[in-house]
Design a protein around this ligand. Structure first.
Ligand code: ZN
Ligand code: ZN
Length: 201
């Protein structure tokens, strides 16, 4: 390598490093990351994985790249309760309160998205629970399909839970969903009062 070539290579290397640093800054300054962070409350790589799962879901289901354009008919099944779940809630509005997200515990960082409008669905399962050497910015810049295996769903679309009737617990008197009451000696008791009774016995 001539001296001139060596200098050119060094300059090009520096330019590439600067461009990479700029992209990493962009990734951390992006609206999407900021919104996920505002909801979750701390910066972590799990949240970054969640952002990538959302990105993958939007791409695979053909929903465009703006998470706010998502319909009410989208639902998500998460296979563990992790920081990543908060990105799904924050970015897609699929919250627990609206039954937009359901946890089927399988101990995997996997998300299945179902679009009831189109019938489309996709499962994204993390290839490694967390890529060891990657920083948050690096994760955000990685293609989602490098981080997640993209496959067909493994289960049916979850149905909304039925709304049970309510009765008062005979011991504490608190109104309780019927399906959470148990019969003890002919009385309806909530689970906590049942447990207390069992402890006293
Ligand atoms: Zn976290
Ligand atoms: Zn009770």
């Amino acid at each position: 390598m001539t001296q001139a070539n060596g200098v050119t290579a060094r300059v090009m290397g520096a330019v590439r490093a600067a461009a990479r640093a700029e992209r990493m800054d962009d990734a951390l300054g992006s609206d999407v990351w900021k919104r996920a962070l505002a909801f979750h409350g701390h910066e972590c790589r799990g949240l970054a994985m969640g952002v990538k799962a959302v990105e993958g879901a939007l791409a695979e289901l053909g929903l465009g790249c703006d998470p706010r354009a998502v319909s009410d008919e989208l639902t998500c099944v998460a296979e563990s309760m992790t920081c990543a779940v908060d990105a799904v809630q924050a970015l897609l509005g699929l919250t627990f309160g609206r039954h937009g997200i359901v946890v089927r515990p399988r101990g995997k960082m996997a998300f299945t998205f179902y679009d009831r409008t189109t019938g489309g669905s996709v499962r994204l399962c993390a290839k490694a629970r967390m890529p060891v050497a990657a920083s948050i910015a690096e994760l955000l810049l990685m293609p989602y399909d490098e981080l997640f295996a993209v496959t067909e769903p493994r289960g049916p679309v979850p149905s909304l839970p039925p709304k049970p009737g309510r009765e008062r617990c005979a011991a504490c008197g608190e109104p309780t969903d019927e399906d959470m009451l148990r019969v003890r000696s002919g009385e309806l008791l909530c689970l906590d009062c049942c447990a207390e009774g069992d402890r006293r016995r």
